[in-house]
Design a protein around this ligand. Sequence first.
Ligand code: IMP
Length: 423
Amino acid sequence: MAVDLLLGLQWGDEGKGKIVDVLTSNYDIIARFQGGPNAGHTLVFNDKKYVLHTIPSGIFHNDKINLIGNGVVIDPVILNKEIENIKEENVDISKTLFISRKAHLILPTHRLLDAASEKSKGKNKIGSTLKGIGPTYMDKTGRNGFRVGDLESKNWKTKYYDLSKKHQQLIDFYNVELDFSLEDLESDFFEAIEKLKKINFVDSENLLFESQDKNKSILAEGAQGSLLDIDFGTYPYVTSSNTTAAGACTGLGISPNSINDVFGIFKAYTTRVGSGPFPTELFDDYGKTMSKAGNEFGATTGRPRRCGWLDLVALKYACRINGVTKLMMMKTDVLSGFDKILVCTKYKYRGETIENLPYNLSEESLEPVYEEFEGWSENLRELKSADNLPKSLNKYIDFLESELNIPIVIVSVGPDRKETLFR
Ligand code: IMP
């Protein structure tokens, strides 16, 4: 049985959590494959809102397996808070939540290292969520990491203290002022570890092999977005994992030839939180309206998201890298009431017009070239069917589909599960 992938095509915050939740009924297993609590997957149903950081977005369906894969980095303190938050929905994690033994743990000192590294960069900072993501993945690839499975060995605390001591020397090396009490952080960490140990640890690749043999259906859930990919994103203003389709193979142990559909999620416009280039960024009233109407504040950090028009050059690139087979357009309702909608279809760059992403998107000579579309004024949130979409929105959708040569199968018109139009 095949695996479907679901991933963000922009700089994150596309609305992956909502769509995973909507699609979960079609699958037996939802498996998160990369990232960590830098992610904030927001789900709205029954007039309630939940933000998940580490737990897969299928968790509210009690008959599904939710797997935190080996490619994910876990902060036990944050994971426990998430578990506490969802308790009121009667989620039975003892039966539905599984964690890969090969997933790496974020230690308190990883978070401090993240803060020290960012502080030392001054105005060149990445704009990290400061959740310890970079340092944890550095320890993973540096072969020093602390994995969930290590907690099953008797001397795990020795391993912990060895690594933590090394981190403290590195923090000193940065020579920046940080306000923290390691003692307090460690006390929270150790308490959280005891709770973490009660969750099901598994050799997740085996769980997935067996599930595939039994014809179970699997949805691999990505975090962040393709333009934050460590290899293909706007480096160095990226996260530290492969957010693109290949990351699902390494982050879960699924083979490329078991992948069926790749669902690519994008907003009808673009947002970015943190530093880094953003060619279509708006500083005018259109941008301010997007920010306000879309409530564009980071789900993890609360920081305002930068807003801009849809960048089709970047979107095409992301579709190619991921092999997207079906597109899902999010937050379309946010654009209601705009007198015009612009889409960047090319860039002017060093005196030429180009249709691909150049090596350095930060260059001042890079300028978006736009096509203009008529806006619509209808309140899309009230629509019950994609057959009733306004004419000018249909023109926008048709244009995107023909440029990308991929069907847009979902148009999302609000944060609630119910505000989802299938095409
Ligand atoms: P880090 O992964 O927390 O180190 O952050 C690196 C960059 O990725 C920063 O610009 C963050 O704002 C951005 N980032 C990380 N996670 C997310 C996310 O889930 N949504 C949007 N941006 C993110």
